[in-house]
Write a protein that binds this ligand. Sequence first.
Ligand code: SAM
Ligand code: SF4
Length: 325
Amino acid sequence: MPQDRFQRTIHYLRISLTDMCNLRCVYCMPEDMTFRPRAELLQDEELLRLVNCFAGLGFDKIRLTGGEPTLRSNVVELVRDLAQTPGIRELAMTTNGITLKPLARALRDAGLSRVNVSLDTLQPEKFRRLTRWGRIEDVWAGLAAAEAVGLGIKLNAVVVRHQNDREDVVDLARLTLERAWQVRYIEVMPLGNVADFQKTAMVSANELRATISEAFGPLELLNEGRLDGEARVYRLPNAKGTLGFISPVTQPFCAGCNRVRLTADGRLLLCLLRDKELNLLQRLRAGTTDAEVMKAISDTIWYKPWGHGLAQDVRPSRNMSEIGG
Ligand code: SAM
Ligand code: SF4
């Protein structure tokens, strides 16, 4: 498996299937967002070829994201091909859930094991405001379909100051009393052209835990505090599910980072918040062999930056939807 110069083993690839989205969450992209022309994006066979190269290097875990990954026209066929790639042991997806209902069964049959569904509030009107036009009923329908076919479920809530930082956080936590889901709270990060808004909008994981324990009593820390992926995990008293806190801003988890990202336009990104990238699409289209592609990937990974540099005010130029959050 590839290693970087800090002895981190890198084996987890997050793939943005498209930069397009059917929502415009206020912390993610502006309302008038423009998307890349299709010809500039990785085509299916290019994507599969790259994934074979990553798997050949020892990558075993993939998360499909975006933009909204379910908008990729042949997402089910892609999932099937990716799941059958030798070496890939885990295939998950992060989605807003809006178009999940009709796809859940086919995705599960094709080899998807889990979905992380983004849901920042349980209040329909607030959901519409935060996403600019989303209907929460569609997300619930997607969640019900995912649960019915046995896909593992986590919820992702980005918390925004003065919008969903109080009762919404508590309402979401309450879901775990009856459901064996993990509800994960994410500190909003300053990226791209909505960065100024995000800086003032961030609510720390510490503050969120205080808000939640005010409502339910003390939270039980699980895994002896070890991270589950990027989340620190807790449980409410007598709950079936768990609460995860992802705190890239106040408690970065860079030391344990095991991931790189492939953007929809075929760039290998070494870190969510750093602009350094390797243009793999260009190499594929220039006729580079698989062996050369694999060497370029592992040479680049060696120089993966230690951390995201938020504390030093590093600001990437791409939005979250372009990076593949
Ligand atoms: N469209 C899908 C979705 O919303 O789940 C997948 C892509 S989205 C970019 C992936 C995750 O990034 C979502 O959970 C979203 O809430 C989160 N996200 C977007 N912008 C963010 C920001 N500025 N800071 C922290 N998380 C963000
Ligand atoms: Fe779309 Fe996901 Fe970004 Fe919301 S967070 S605008 S659903 S890509």
